[in-house]
Every structure is written in C-alpha cells, then in structure tokens.
Design a protein around this ligand. Structure first.
Ligand code: PMP
Length: 351
C-alpha cells in the first residue's frame, strides 16, 4: 500500500548502497589506509577531556574550519561552504538549481551518486559517454549542455572510477562555452597536481568540491567542502541544512589541515605506491590497466572470477560489469604491505 504513495519515479529506484566491510585488506572504497595522525589524536583526547559543549548544537557555519580552509586555499571565508561529505553539497547544489524535469549533464562512467542525486531532486540525468580511452569528449559535453539547456554540468577530475584528469585548458574551454553552474568534483584532487580553485574568480560559474574522506582519511567523520565565487556559494547555502556538520568533525578536519605536513607525506607515499601498483599490474597477462592520477587504479580483465577469488583471500576491491566477456575492477591504493599482498594474490589467481 505504501508503495502507491511513493513518488512514481522512485518506485523502481535503487538507492546507493555500499557494503560495510571490516576486513584488513579493504581496497574497494578509495579510502585512505591511514587514520588520524598522532598530533590530531592528541588534540582530540585533550579536547574530549576538557569539552563542555557537546550538549550544544554545533556552529552551523563551520566558521573555524572554513577560516582554515580559506587560508589554506588563499581565498576568502565567503568562498567556502562545508558539508556532511561532499555528497551533501552535491545534493544541496541539485536542490538549489533543479526544477522538475531540468537536465543535468554528467560524464559516464563516473561517480554513480550523481545520477541518483539528480533523480532524487526531480531532475533528469544526461550522461555523456567518455571516449574509449576514458578521456573527456569536450565538444560533446559543450554540445550536450547547449542542446539540453542544462541546469548544471558535473565534471569529475580525477574521474572516479577511471582515474584520468581533465586538463585545466579543457575545463576553461568548457567554462567559456557553457553558461550554467559547473560542479567540478575534485574528491581525488590531492593525488594530482591540478586544481581549478585558483580560477574561481575568473570563472564565476564553477564551484569546486573536495573532501576529507580520501587523502585525509576522515571518511568516517563525513567532511566535505566547496570553493567558489561568493555568488555560487551563497546559492548553495540556500539549501544547506542547519547544524549539518557535527562539532567533532569540524574540530578534527581543522586540526588535520593544521597538521598538513604529515598528510602531505602520506599523499606522496600513496602516489609512490600507485606507481608501484601500475607497474606491477601492467606486467600481468590478461589485464588492461588505465593510468591514474587518483588513489585508485582501474583495470579491465576477462578473468570474470578475479574479484570472487580475491574475496576468498580476504581482499576486497570494487567491480563494475562491462559486458559478458569483461569486467572493470577498481583497486584502491593501500599500504605497501597491502599492495604487495594484492599483487601476489592476483599473480597466483592468474597462474
Ligand atoms: N565525489 C566522488 C567522485 C567520490 O568518489 C566520492 C566518494 N566515493 C564523493 C564525491 C563523496 O565523498 P564524501 O561524501 O565522502 O565527501
């Protein structure tokens, strides 16, 4: 009976779901293998011992964290908004701009939450296929935005799950030709060198979303942020729920940025490990490896049972069916030890 009351377009809707896996070799969700740094842990313990405001609602504007982010990126606090993960900001952005039936252009394959969030907000996702090497078809994207009178364009760089980046010049070309708001998702931006944050003044229709869930290892605390021109940030504020980010998440994310040196070293470590994994994977038979600028690597293989065999060895990766003969597998870069175990396991399975 209740089903009859559910919005029609949601009756067959599959909500985003991620398995909660608590295994040691968990390389399926692009998380960091590292948790809080020692400095941050110390600050947290001291703060807990003296805390006297958990009975109060958190600062609804995440002021301290936004100030710290603003100085980190050399922008003004008015250029920054914080969310419960970048997921929440993606949702807020859809809520602000989409009227029922409006189109949102996005690449495919890319992060599956984009289309779910658009549908949940009464919009219509328009998916533009990436080229066969997964590079972005710039002209097609511009064309699709114009033809569909797009309300929002989403670009993900480095793209999840393919790992490739959109070059600065490509984004500028798109932003010069597409007038609607452009969401640039840099969730994996710390693992590459380019960012569009320095161009927010020049391109007032872009907003860059980043997260503490990946490079900074705070996935469990859910902290994301957006940086853009004041006008687009103010617009997203219209739909930001009050008190969205809890007090502890705000504190810890601020301390993480203040302990940036350690986190920078961790990022360098993971980038080195990514090169190790790329080299090893490329040397294996029956596996096509795509270059990556993120903390994960996409491979394509005709060994359809590879994921299951890895799971039998307690190694978890993420798979995406491609066709009846091949599958795509996304492997998160782990610690040196985890990566070695993974490579040895794949070698043994392929033997
Ligand atoms: N964007 C991309 C491309 C992602 O892969 C993810 C997480 N899987 C997110 C955004 C959301 O990140 P969070 O909500 O944890 O900040």
């Amino acid at each position: 009976m209740i089903k009859n009351y559910i919005r029609k377009e949601l009756r067959d809707f599959k909500p985003y779901h991620a398995d909660f896996i608590q295994q040691k070799i968990k390389l399926d969700a692009n998380e960091s293998p590292f948790t809080l740094s020692e400095n941050v842990k110390k600050k947290l313990i001291e703060w807990i011992e003296n805390e006297e405001n958990i009975n109060r609602y958190p600062d609804t504007d995440s002021t301290e964290l936004r100030k710290t982010l603003a100085s980190f990126w050399n922008v003004s606090i008015d250029n920054v908004i914080c969310g419960v993960g970048s997921d929440q900001l993606i949702d807020c952005m859809m809520k602000v701009f989409i009227e029922p039936g409006d189109k949102v252009v996005m690449p495919t394959p890319s992060f599956s939450m984009y289309s779910s969030t658009v549908v949940l907000n009464h919009g219509v996702p328009i998916q533009v296929e990436l080229n066969s090497d997964y590079s972005y078809p710039i002209e097609n994207i511009i064309k699709s935005c114009k033809e569909n009178n797009a309300k929002i364009l989403i670009l993900c760089t480095p793209n999840n799950p393919t790992g490739n980046v959109l070059f600065e010049e490509e984004i500028k070309k798109i932003a010069e030709n597409v007038k609607c708001p452009i969401l640039i998702d840099e969730a994996y931006g710390e693992f590459t060198s380019s960012t569009m944050i320095p161009f927010i003044k020049e391109y007032p229709n872009i907003v860059v979303f980043r997260t503490f869930s990946k490079a900074y290892g705070l996935a469990g605390l859910r902290v994301g942020y957006g940086v853009g021109n004041k006008e687009i940030i103010d617009a997203i504020y219209l739909t930001k729920p009050p008190y969205n980010l809890n007090t502890i998440s705000q504190k810890i994310a601020t301390w993480v940025l203040q302990d940036y040196k350690i986190y920078k070293d961790r990022i360098s470590y993971l980038k080195k490990e990514r090169e190790y994994l790329l080299e090893e994977l490329k040397s294996l038979p029956n596996i096509k490896v795509f270059n990556s600028e993120a903390n994960f690597i996409l491979i394509e293989t005709n060994k359809l049972n590879l994921v299951k065999k890895l799971e039998e060895k307690e190694i978890f990766v993420r798979s995406f069916p491609k066709n009846s003969k091949t599958i795509l597998i996304r492997i998160t870069v782990g610690t040196k030890e985890q990566n070695k175990i993974l490579i040895n396991a794949i070698k043994e399975i392929l033997k």
